[in-house]
Write a protein of this length. Structure first.
Length: 161
């Protein structure tokens, strides 16, 4: 629902459009995170959402720097560093000095992390089924197109301001 608000400031009329899309996206993200973590635990996978995002990236391309992980996950470098520390302590990833640039650390998957991939992908698929329950394929396609447009707009805005 769109609600129009009018406010007159020094003779200039400003119209505010109030929508709830951002609110819904935030709530969906919070609930999705909680449900996903519960499903992971039920399947014997003890990792947080942030750790999962990093694992997902490393499963696609192992041996990345903190900067590369940050770029691919859209998480801040300091956040990545904190999450990586926890993952190192749990034996999920290893951190080694880059032989070509001693100032950089390379993050690599352990055998334990590699063993989690199949279960993690199964849980992820369960989450996708739950997420789109009650939607037709056409509704799913349209919904994802709208989200992609919102994302593109936000990315463009981030880079122009």
């Amino acid at each position: 629902m769109i609600i129009l608000y009018r406010k007159v400031l020094t003779g200039i009329e400003v119209i505010y459009l109030e929508t709830k899309g951002g609110f819904y996206i935030t709530q969906i993200k919070q609930l999705q995170d909680r449900i996903f973590e519960r499903l992971l635990l039920e399947n014997g996978i003890e990792i947080s959402g942030g750790q999962g995002r990093i694992l997902f990236i490393l499963w696609k391309t192992d041996n990345l720097t903190i900067s590369e992980i940050s770029e691919k996950t859209s998480l801040a470098k300091n956040t990545i560093s904190v999450v990586i520390n926890g993952m190192v302590n749990k034996g999920i990833v290893e951190r080694n000095t880059n032989p070509y640039n001693r100032r950089q650390m390379i993050v690599s998957l352990t055998e334990y992390a590699k063993s989690l991939q199949e279960k993690y992908e199964m849980v992820s698929q369960k989450m996708n089924v739950l997420f789109y329950q009650g939607f037709s394929e056409e509704e799913q396609r349209q919904f994802e197109q709208y989200l992609a447009r919102i994302l593109e707009t936000l990315i463009d805005n981030l880079h122009t301001n």
